[in-house]
Design a protein around this ligand. Sequence first.
Ligand code: NAD
Length: 457
Amino acid sequence: MISSVNPTTGTVIHTAQAATADEVAESVGRAQAAQLSWASTPLDERIALLHRFGDLVRRDGDLLADLIVAEMGKLRAEAVGEVEWTVLSAHWYAEHPPRTEQVAGATVRPTPLGVLAVITPWNVPLHTPAWKWLPALLAGNTVVWKPSELTPAVAVHAAGLLAEAGLPAGVLELVLGAGDTGRALVNDPRIGGVHFTGSTDTGRAIAQAVAGRLVPCALELGGLNPVLVFADADIEHAADCIIAAGVSINGQKCTATRRVIVHEAAADELTATLADRVKALVGGDPADPATALGPLVTAAAAGKARSLVAAAVQTGARVVAESPRVVTGGDAGDTFFPATLLADLDPADRLRSHELFAPVIAVESVSDDDAAWRLANASDYGLSAAVHTRDPERAAQAPARLRAGVINVNRRGDAVDLEAPFGGMKSSGNGLSEGGEYVYASLTRLQAAYGGWPRQR
Ligand code: NAD
């Protein structure tokens, strides 16, 4: 049994039986049976279906935004933005299907992988899955989707809209459940590919599960994202960007800013500015437009944040500032964790090597540029990184000096465009990017066909 619980109030939102291994196998069987006929459905019909889905998401936008806020607690404005991204992505992909090309004597065709396993997290519960299954379906795959066990109501509603848009039975199978259900799915030998977004540990387990079967597997994983602030930076602007990206989705965004690496000449001014911003964050009900910081997704997540910050303090870290505490959670327990600005982290502290999915930002100062670049790369992750400087030469160096899939210069570290590639380096992903048409590389296999009709005698 799984149930989603509103992290702000403790109200149960949705309860469902977790799919058993047998039920997962039945879903894969239905998706497999539907695949050939779906792949041969005229492209125009698949395109029209995506447009209809986009229109239906817009029609139900308020309801979907409410469900997202209720199940995982992001601010309502963020939930509305997620809905809008989903509408945009549906119409964008409908206008950008995979392309067949003539290359020398060959017709090069992106062919579907077959049945694609899509496994997704709770923090972006509508757009992250849609960003995978919309282009996957357009490319002729059928999909078995296992959303997070924390956001089943959003998933059920989204799957219902696909059916309402006219998606034939079996083309997208929804399986609800937790890790066991996901394991059963990736272990099914009929799966032709996996598209996963979630933590690095789970991504590793999935990669190992499918490696022996040579099943293509796209992994979008965690991050420990640095922002470099050089002495010549616009400090007010840098602070605005750091706070916005640090507390986005209540600090539970893969690209959220976690580490600030600042030149010592600017360290005092930046730290004081950040501290003022942190203290001004109003915590509370994410449905209230006045709220700047909502709860974490579960009391367990908030408990983990409390214990890791306490452990950091025990080994010398300093809490420079915290946002005012509020009570949220009701029967869900104490789900609120304040935005926290730390300094003087011990070099061996876990927060310098592991992702903590909470609004915690650690500041470290350096005395020269080389040390800044080095420190920014000194973690196993490589999802996003940002640089603040007024020096065009230094700014131009950023992409080459930073090992991260997303680089922002004088912008929020979590800023991305939907048409550009999105994917992590090192332990943040295996390089099969999402975003725009780049995603088709991980949803299709290229086939080169030579020759033509037999010559007439
Ligand atoms: P998670 O890894 O715990 O779970 C993700 C999904 O995998 C869930 O649906 C879960 O039920 C399923 N799962 C768990 N164990 C499994 C297994 N052994 N086999 C198959 N499926 C399994 O992650 P989460 O807590 O839901 O999400 C937070 C994480 O996601 C963070 O690490 C965050 O950085 C990452 N994330 C990454 C991106 C990105 O694009 N890089 C985007 C959003 C979130």
